[in-house]
Design a protein around this ligand. Sequence first.
Ligand code: ZN
Ligand code: ZN
Length: 266
Amino acid sequence: MHSVLTTDYHMHSTFSPDGHHTPAEICQAALAMGLAEIAITDHVEWEPGGRHLRPDYDRYFDEIEACRATFGPQGLSVLSGVELGNPHEHRAEVEELLAARQFDVVISSLHWLDGQNVHDTRCFNGQGPYPVYSHYFEKLGEIAASVPCHLIAHFDRIFWPGSTLYGPPDVHQVEEPVRQALAAMATHGRVLEINTRFLTYEPGWNDSIVTVLRWFREAGGTQVAVNSDAHRATEIGRSREVGQALLEAAGFEAPWRCPAVQAAGS
Ligand SMILES: [Zn+2]
Ligand SMILES: [Zn+2]
């Protein structure tokens, strides 16, 4: 028996260009589905073409405060957060942002691989899956070692376009670069995220997720989060029972809880 997961630390509001609901609408939906803690982690992105995207943080923090006032008394902890895209390539700006603003949850993501969006099959460019997977995990390790963050998001995201092109991955073929990335995450105390977006995808790669989580444990990793990466209110908390089952199959007892919340809670 385990308790139902009541946290979701990765989601996007209208402060992200691809978010569809306001922070207040997100909080309302999270509360309605029985969540107790959420973080609204809008995008900070440096696109390869030179465009820089980030929320208007004065407005963002005002809205987070307003949500805390409204939804806190109803039983929902609302955390501030950010998802940094390719932060290892923008270290000075990242440091400046994190010094200027107090985020409860800082997420790092690899969204761009050699200038191509990792959501796009074009990032494979005829190379076959494994050289690209290998390169992706090298970069994830670089982020884990160099960027001050809590979480490494959607470590398996590259398997989505890869599976579309080549079928489900055999993660053993990239065991060494994956283990190196996981060792960097464990050494630097990063939380590995199970992103629930593709857990019900067919044909999926949930067996590979469990293998990677086991390797993370063997590397000394102790913390795994289960997050929805919702861009709409209806996606909050999606498939979290599947994510929790994978986490337990890999030998982790419970998902990560944000330390700021634990310290503040009773
Ligand atoms: Zn992302
Ligand atoms: Zn995201």
